[in-house]
Design a protein around this ligand. Structure first.
Ligand code: GDP
Ligand code: MG
Length: 142
């Protein structure tokens, strides 16, 4: 068992469709424990800093516009092998390529409006969790 933490966003498209609960249900049913969560509306600066690795790519500006277009839910997920397992649960970036039963196959409408974010490595998870949460906002189960 390798208990890990990963960082997750329910993006503005899914929040706008009132799909927070459905997505949380899928996370919890998959054995991922939500140990921190909050709703916020990202500022342009927050979104740019979060997605700094993509600066200069053709999809960067529209991505920032999308991510600041409405509220998001940000959460920390904990569980065995959580980083890889949550990436698998999300499915590929493009929903047309996402496997059946994945979150993006079921909730994403396009490569940009793709419902959820998840950290892609232990390094990203550590950076992204610290970007949004202080240690005292994380509530592991006893
Ligand atoms: P992820 O880790 O699967 O979320 O994908 P990336 O880190 O490569 O990209 C970050 C986000 O930018 C994606 O989730 C999409 O919302 C958006 N994005 C990535 N690639 C493209 C693209 O080729 N076209 C568009 N329109 N958006 C993209
Ligand atoms: Mg990514």
């Amino acid at each position: 068992m390798t208990i890990e933490r990963t960082f997750s966003i329910v993006k503005p498209d899914a929040v706008g469709r009132n799909q927070i609960g459905a997505i949380y249900h899928r996370l919890e049913s998959a054995g991922l424990t939500i140990v921190a969560a909050k709703m916020l509306r990202l500022t342009e600066q927050q979104a740019q800093g979060f997605y700094a690795e993509h600066e200069g790519k053709p999809f960067y500006a529209p991505l920032i516009e999308f991510m600041t277009s409405g509220p998001v839910m940000v959460q920390v997920l904990e569980g065995d092998n959580a980083i890889t397992r949550y990436r698998e649960l999300m499915g590929k970036t493009n929903p047309e390529e996402a496997a059946c039963g994945t979150l993006r196959a079921d909730y994403a409408e396009s490569t940009r409006l793709n419902a959820v974010h998840g950290s892609d490595s232990p390094e990203s998870a550590a950076r992204e969790i610290a970007y949004f949460f202080s240690d005292d906002e994380i509530c592991p189960r006893d």
